[in-house]
Structures are given as structure tokens and as C-alpha cells.
Design a protein around this ligand. Structure first.
Ligand code: AMP
Ligand code: ZN
Length: 128
């Protein structure tokens, strides 16, 4: 048996990863989950989330390289499956917010993927 993944009992994304809170899931495997953002900032807006509770990019170590590599390969695949138009006329935005100055609200690492036709209704942080 494999050891259970580290989790934070109060964390909403740990609860979504464990199936304890509902989400509009578009992908799940043993290491990660992808689901739509509850407050979308673009016509297509989902997140890729490791099941392990990693608070942010600030906690990255060498053992996270393969996981993040998988996420970065999966992001464009899911973006296209979810209806983002092809590169270069279409495309998508991939964002990882880190810490308060980085605009991070949920302290469980997540990789945002935003796409769909412009203009987007909402910005992403005051400067974008
Ligand atoms: P960040 O500011 O990068 O930490 O992004 C957190 C994101 O999580 C925001 O865009 C929220 O809309 C989103 N969010 C918060 N709670 C949920 C939830 N229960 N299901 C889906 N998305 C959520
Ligand atoms: Zn968590």
C-alpha cells in the first residue's frame, strides 16, 4: 500500500481532491485533479491541483519537478479539450499565484488555466 498523501485538514482544495467537497472536475488521476474555478475570470477557467498539500511554489523541492512537468504538459491538453482555440490566434493563460503579494488566496498550490475569446469580463489581479 502507498502512504497517504500529505493533506491539511482545513484546506478546501485538499477536500476537493479527497472528494469531500464538490467541484466541476475535468481530470483526475492518482497525483492531481483539475476542476473549474468557482468564480471564473475568463470564459474558460479551470485549475490543475496536486492532490498532495503543497502550499505554494515557495515550497518546491527537487521531488516536485516531475509533478510540475506533468501539470505543464496536461495544461495545454486540457485547455484544448475544454474549447480554447488553437495557438496562435487562440491560446490560453497559465498562472500560478504565490503568497500575498502574488495574489494567492487558497494556500494549496494550483495552476490556473484561462482562455476563451477576449475581452474577458474580469481581470486577474489589479494589474492584469
Ligand atoms: P488564487 O487567488 O490563485 O489562490 O486562486 C484561488 C481560486 O480558487 C480563485 O480563483 C477562486 O475563485 C477559486 N476557488 C475558491 N474556492 C473554490 C471552490 N470551492 N471550487 C473552485 N474554485 C474555488
Ligand atoms: Zn490542501
Amino acid at each position: 500500500m502507498t502512504a497517504p498523501l500529505p493533506r491539511d485538514p482545513g484546506c478546501i482544495f485538499c477536500k476537493i481532491a479527497a472528494g469531500e467537497l464538490p467541484a466541476r472536475k475535468i481530470h483526475e488521476d492518482d497525483e492531481l485533479i483539475a476542476f473549474y474555478d468557482i468564480a471564473p475570470k475568463a470564459p474558460i477557467h479551470f485549475m490543475l491541483v496536486p492532490k498532495e498539500h503543497i502550499p505554494s511554489t515557495a515550497q518546491f523541492g527537487p521531488r516536485h519537478a516531475a509533478l510540475m512537468g506533468r501539470i505543464m504538459l496536461l495544461a495545454p491538453k486540457l485547455a484544448q479539450e475544454q474549447g480554447c482555440a488553437p495557438y496562435p490566434e487562440g491560446g490560453w493563460r497559465i498562472i500560478i499565484n504565490t503568497g500575498r503579494h502574488g495574489g494567492q488566496e487558497v494556500p494549496h498550490l494550483h495552476v490556473h488555466v484561462l482562455g476563451g475569446p477576449r475581452p474577458w469580463k474580469w481581470g486577474f489581479g489589479p494589474e492584469l
